[in-house]
Design a protein around this ligand. Structure first.
Ligand SMILES: [Mg+2]
Length: 121
Protein backbone atom coordinates (compact mmCIF):
# COMPACT_ATOMS: atom_id res chain seq x y z
CA UNK A 1 0.00 0.00 0.00
CA UNK A 2 1.24 3.49 -0.88
CA UNK A 3 2.07 5.91 1.88
CA UNK A 4 -0.79 8.28 2.69
CA UNK A 5 -0.01 11.98 2.07
CA UNK A 6 -1.73 15.15 0.88
CA UNK A 7 -1.56 14.27 -2.81
CA UNK A 8 -3.45 11.00 -2.48
CA UNK A 9 -5.92 11.62 0.37
CA UNK A 10 -9.55 12.67 0.07
CA UNK A 11 -11.48 14.81 2.57
CA UNK A 12 -13.79 11.82 3.04
CA UNK A 13 -10.85 9.89 4.56
CA UNK A 14 -10.46 12.49 7.33
CA UNK A 15 -14.20 12.63 7.97
CA UNK A 16 -14.44 8.84 8.28
CA UNK A 17 -11.33 8.55 10.47
CA UNK A 18 -12.55 11.20 12.92
CA UNK A 19 -16.08 9.77 12.91
CA UNK A 20 -14.79 6.25 13.65
CA UNK A 21 -12.51 7.57 16.39
CA UNK A 22 -15.39 9.41 18.09
CA UNK A 23 -17.97 6.64 17.67
CA UNK A 24 -15.70 3.84 18.90
CA UNK A 25 -15.24 5.78 22.17
CA UNK A 26 -18.92 6.71 22.48
CA UNK A 27 -17.99 10.40 22.62
CA UNK A 28 -20.78 11.69 20.35
CA UNK A 29 -22.77 12.86 23.38
CA UNK A 30 -19.94 15.29 24.26
CA UNK A 31 -19.46 16.54 20.72
CA UNK A 32 -21.90 19.42 20.65
CA UNK A 33 -21.05 22.27 18.28
CA UNK A 34 -20.28 24.54 21.26
CA UNK A 35 -17.91 22.03 22.88
CA UNK A 36 -16.16 21.32 19.61
CA UNK A 37 -15.71 25.00 18.77
CA UNK A 38 -14.29 25.64 22.25
CA UNK A 39 -11.94 22.67 21.88
CA UNK A 40 -10.90 24.02 18.46
CA UNK A 41 -10.05 27.39 20.02
CA UNK A 42 -7.99 25.69 22.74
CA UNK A 43 -6.05 23.74 20.13
CA UNK A 44 -5.53 26.94 18.11
CA UNK A 45 -4.12 28.53 21.28
CA UNK A 46 -1.79 25.54 21.71
CA UNK A 47 -0.63 26.09 18.12
CA UNK A 48 0.01 29.75 18.91
CA UNK A 49 1.85 28.75 22.09
CA UNK A 50 4.42 26.89 19.96
CA UNK A 51 5.82 30.27 18.88
CA UNK A 52 5.21 32.23 22.07
CA UNK A 53 8.28 34.29 22.98
CA UNK A 54 10.20 32.83 20.05
CA UNK A 55 11.37 34.57 16.93
CA UNK A 56 8.98 34.28 14.06
CA UNK A 57 11.53 34.09 11.27
CA UNK A 58 10.67 31.15 9.07
CA UNK A 59 14.33 30.09 8.84
CA UNK A 60 14.50 29.61 12.62
CA UNK A 61 11.29 27.61 12.70
CA UNK A 62 12.37 25.34 9.83
CA UNK A 63 15.73 24.58 11.53
CA UNK A 64 14.11 23.43 14.80
CA UNK A 65 12.84 19.86 14.30
CA UNK A 66 11.23 19.65 17.74
CA UNK A 67 9.36 22.91 17.19
CA UNK A 68 8.23 21.79 13.74
CA UNK A 69 6.98 18.49 15.20
CA UNK A 70 5.03 20.36 17.90
CA UNK A 71 3.52 22.73 15.33
CA UNK A 72 2.57 19.75 13.16
CA UNK A 73 0.83 18.04 16.11
CA UNK A 74 -1.13 21.17 17.02
CA UNK A 75 -2.15 21.76 13.39
CA UNK A 76 -3.45 18.18 13.34
CA UNK A 77 -5.41 18.83 16.58
CA UNK A 78 -6.98 21.95 15.06
CA UNK A 79 -7.81 20.06 11.88
CA UNK A 80 -9.32 17.12 13.78
CA UNK A 81 -11.68 19.45 15.66
CA UNK A 82 -12.58 21.24 12.43
CA UNK A 83 -13.45 17.89 10.88
CA UNK A 84 -15.45 17.00 14.02
CA UNK A 85 -17.48 20.21 13.67
CA UNK A 86 -18.05 19.49 9.98
CA UNK A 87 -19.19 15.94 10.83
CA UNK A 88 -21.60 17.06 13.57
CA UNK A 89 -23.16 19.79 11.41
CA UNK A 90 -23.23 17.65 8.26
CA UNK A 91 -21.28 20.23 6.27
CA UNK A 92 -19.33 19.67 3.07
CA UNK A 93 -15.79 21.05 3.52
CA UNK A 94 -15.09 21.31 -0.19
CA UNK A 95 -18.28 23.29 -0.86
CA UNK A 96 -17.60 25.53 2.15
CA UNK A 97 -14.03 26.12 1.00
CA UNK A 98 -14.95 26.88 -2.61
CA UNK A 99 -17.83 29.15 -1.59
CA UNK A 100 -15.70 31.13 0.85
CA UNK A 101 -12.75 31.40 -1.56
CA UNK A 102 -15.10 32.88 -4.16
CA UNK A 103 -16.27 35.45 -1.59
CA UNK A 104 -12.65 36.22 -0.65
CA UNK A 105 -11.65 36.67 -4.30
CA UNK A 106 -14.50 39.12 -4.74
CA UNK A 107 -13.83 40.97 -1.46
CA UNK A 108 -10.05 41.14 -2.01
CA UNK A 109 -9.76 41.64 -5.74
CA UNK A 110 -6.27 41.32 -7.24
CA UNK A 111 -6.74 44.76 -8.80
CA UNK A 112 -7.28 46.43 -5.41
CA UNK A 113 -5.09 44.28 -3.18
CA UNK A 114 -1.91 43.66 -5.14
CA UNK A 115 1.34 45.36 -4.17
CA UNK A 116 1.15 44.09 -0.60
CA UNK A 117 -1.97 46.07 0.34
CA UNK A 118 -3.77 44.00 2.98
CA UNK A 119 -6.82 46.04 3.98
CA UNK A 120 -9.14 48.78 2.76
CA UNK A 121 -9.01 52.17 4.46
MG1 LIG B 1 -3.04 20.02 21.20
Amino acid sequence: MDEIHDQNTLVSFFKKEVNNFVNSRNWKKYHTPKNLIQALMIEAAELSQCLLFKGDKIEHILKDETLLANISDEIADVFIYLISIINVLGLDLTKAFIGKMEKNKSKYSVKEFNNGKYYKK
